[in-house]
Design a protein around this ligand. Structure first.
Ligand code: 9YT
Length: 136
């Protein structure tokens, strides 16, 4: 069994800091779970366009308030603690944080480590020897 605390992740390579968000990656591909699990904080005022063409992502808001817009239809969904959105169609979307927000994010396939968004708003698909199911 894997047991880990957020404190163990802070200040390590598993804490990925960008101008708009910081992602604390508790479970990664190398843990062999088939998904990655992140505790992500979004800065107030952030507006982040994303499109995870290589991944499915579920995002569960546990702190703060904001909104997410699906670009295809312009629909805007308010986000507050207890709301989850799941990008089941690799939806191109924009996340806007009205206050600091804290999200629990799950990626399938799992993120490998230090991915940040490329110019299309995606994370690259990493296929290395650390395949899902082989914890190290
Ligand atoms: C929803 C969100 O926070 N997106 C950007 C970061 C991503 N969730 C991650 O890598 O944790």
């Amino acid at each position: 069994m894997i047991v880990k605390s957020l404190e163990e992740v802070l200040g390590t390579e598993r804490e990925v800091v960008t101008p708009q968000w910081t992602s604390r990656r508790l479970l990664l591909r190398r843990e062999g779970m088939g998904f990655s699990l992140h505790d992500t904080v979004i800065r107030a005022g952030a507006e982040v366009p994303m499109c995870y063409q290589n991944h499915l992502e579920a995002v569960y808001c546990i702190e703060g308030e904001g909104e997410v817009e699906t670009e295809a239809d312009g629909r805007v969904y308010p986000l507050r603690p207890g709301t989850v959105y799941a990008l089941n169609e690799h939806d191109r979307h924009i996340l806007r944080a009205r206050t600091p927000m804290r999200m629990v994010c799950v990626f399938n396939p799992p993120v490998s480590g230090d991915e940040v968004h490329d110019e299309t708003g995606a994370y690259p698909l990493v296929e290395d020897e650390g395949a899902a199911g082989t914890a190290s």
